[in-house]
Design a protein around this ligand. Structure first.
Ligand code: IDP
Ligand code: MG
Length: 139
């Protein structure tokens, strides 16, 4: 059954480049509401666990280093069809291939430093949300 929540992170490049406010504006303007949000920094162990599915990929080490290089904003978002609609809003993994008007087209540096994370399934959205937030932090 499709749920109406997804999980996102504004990645270190987005924060470093001063895009936090503009990206949150785009998310709200697209009709998502914020159920949980925190400004934090991933430890190496957290980044390794979060991206464990990519542990065999050649870019895994680089990805973990990048995701721990500075603070992020983690959030749980709500909207009808949240997972799919948020993937549409963020655009393709590589900003060079992302559609006009998407967050990654506007703000990502490249395929690795691509500004924002979006869950790829309802199941992963639930897992990723729980990874970052206690029940008492979700409103
Ligand atoms: P997604 O974030 O669009 O779902 P995934 O394939 O799940 O993309 O990859 C997770 C993250 O790993 C990407 O968002 C990006 O930061 C990084 N990544 C993916 N492919 C590459 C690559 O070819 N080189 C460097 N980093 C990559
Ligand atoms: Mg993914």
């Amino acid at each position: 059954m499709a749920t109406n929540r997804t999980f996102t992170m504004l990645k270190p490049d987005a924060i470093e480049n001063g895009h936090m406010g503009k990206i949150i504006d785009m998310i709200l303007a697209a009709g998502f509401s914020i159920k949980a949000m925190k400004y934090t920094r991933l430890s190496k162990a957290q980044a390794q666990e979060f991206y464990a599915v990519h542990s065999e990929r050649p870019f895994y080490g680089e990805l973990v280093e990048y995701m721990t290089s500075g603070p992020i904003v983690a959030a749980i978002l709500e909207k009808d069809n949240a997972v799919a609609d948020f993937r549409t809003l963020i655009g393709a993994t590589d900003p060079a291939e992302a559609a006009e008007g998407t967050i990654r087209k506007n703000y990502a540096e490249n395929k690795g430093r691509n500004a924002v994370h979006g869950s790829d399934s309802d199941e992963n959205a639930a897992i990723e949300g729980k990874f970052h937030f206690a029940d008492s932090e979700i409103f």
